[in-house]
Write a protein that binds this ligand. Structure first.
Ligand code: FAD
Length: 280
């Protein structure tokens, strides 16, 4: 495998598995995706720090591939001392890239913590560690579900970028126009850093619909209707999903997207099928 990264800037996101079988499977997925020479892998972080150790262990296992691997970290529900300690652990482990998030507080879980929004976390990381970490943040082309308006969310996004983020990765979406509109508006507010589209391969309609409702990503009616019609036919869903997502990726790249970040859900095949279709 060549260690030179793909010129397109693709990246792949994993979640920390909680079983030995899940861990073994992820190493196979990592190896299959590493062949595509991604810019980086990333590993999600459970709400309120609930997967702190598993995220770090997964990052350490994934980066044995030789590919830069970035832990996500969220600030909501955490005190500064805990976040400082985590940054130290990441530095000591040789990690130099992070995805910095506010996160969501699970219901019934304690206080908000000392940092309320992701822009404050980015400021905190910069104040504590200078330029050590390359920092990515989240962007929402269809608006964050709690945002009072598109404009306010955009202003909040611009503030977060100006706090010291190097690039952004978007929530997934199925409308290329939503992405292009968001990028144009962010540029008008002075955001110059890359905004990489987040891509969700379609494999399971029920889970996708549930997750999309929660995170505010819209599944267009024509896609929803068709997926509903396939019922339990997982092969038909995968074929249709592959076609829709491949076309979306091609349109994004043709329109100037600086790369693609895949929410792999710890599966290689759906992402590889899309990459094959777009020649990556
Ligand atoms: P923020 O940027 O802080 O925004 C949250 C809300 O507050 C928005 O409505 C925004 O408009 C508003 N806001 C922001 N700043 C201010 C301000 N200064 N004043 C007033 N309002 C403000 N979740 C996880 O739990 N673990 C993960 O690993 C994870 N990874 C993710 C990766 C990506 C690429 C994306 C897109 C999302 C991820 N999430 C993850 C989900 C994310 O944690 C949630 O969407 C969360 O609700 C918001 O986090 P944020 O960093 O975008 O928040």
């Amino acid at each position: 495998m060549s260690t030179q990264e793909h010129p397109l800037g693709i990246s792949f996101e994993f979640f920390p598995p909680n079983t030995d079988a899940g861990r073994d499977k992820l190493m196979g997925v990592r190896d299959a995706l590493a062949e595509r020479r991604p810019r980086f892998f990333s590993v999600t972080y459970g709400a309120g720090g609930s997967t702190q150790d598993r995220t770090l262990h997964t990052v350490q296992a994934v980066r044995q591939s030789g590919i830069t691997t970035a832990p996500h970290m969220s600030c909501i529900g955490s005190e500064k001392a805990r976040l400082r300690d985590l940054l130290t652990r990441y530095r000591e482990a040789g990690i130099d890239r992070l995805v910095a998030l506010r996160g969501d507080l699970p219901s019934g879980m304690g206080g908000i913590g000392e940092l309320r929004y992701a822009n404050e976390l980015v400021e905190f990381i910069r104040a504590e560690t200078g330029d050590h970490f390359e920092i990515a943040v989240a962007a929402y082309p269809e608006s964050h579900p709690q945002a009072p308006s598109f404009e306010k969310d955009l202003e909040n996004f611009a503030r977060k970028m100006k706090a010291g983020a190097d690039f952004a990765v978007t929530q997934y979406f199925f409308s290329a126009d939503a992405y292009f509109h968001f990028v144009e508006r962010a540029r008008a507010l002075g955001v110059e850093a890359p905004i990489v589209p987040g891509i969700m391969p379609i494999t399971n309609y029920t889970k996708l619909a549930r997750f999309s409702d929660a995170c505010g990503a819209e599944i267009p009616r024509w896609i929803r209707k068709q997926l509903e019609a396939y019922g339990d036919d997982s092969e038909a869903i995968a074929d249709f999903g592959e076609e829709v997502v491949s076309r979306l990726c091609q349109r994004l790249l043709d329109g100037g997207a600086p790369g693609l970040h895949f929410y792999t859900l710890n599966q290689a095949k759906p992402t590889l099928r899309v990459l094959d279709n777009i020649g990556c």
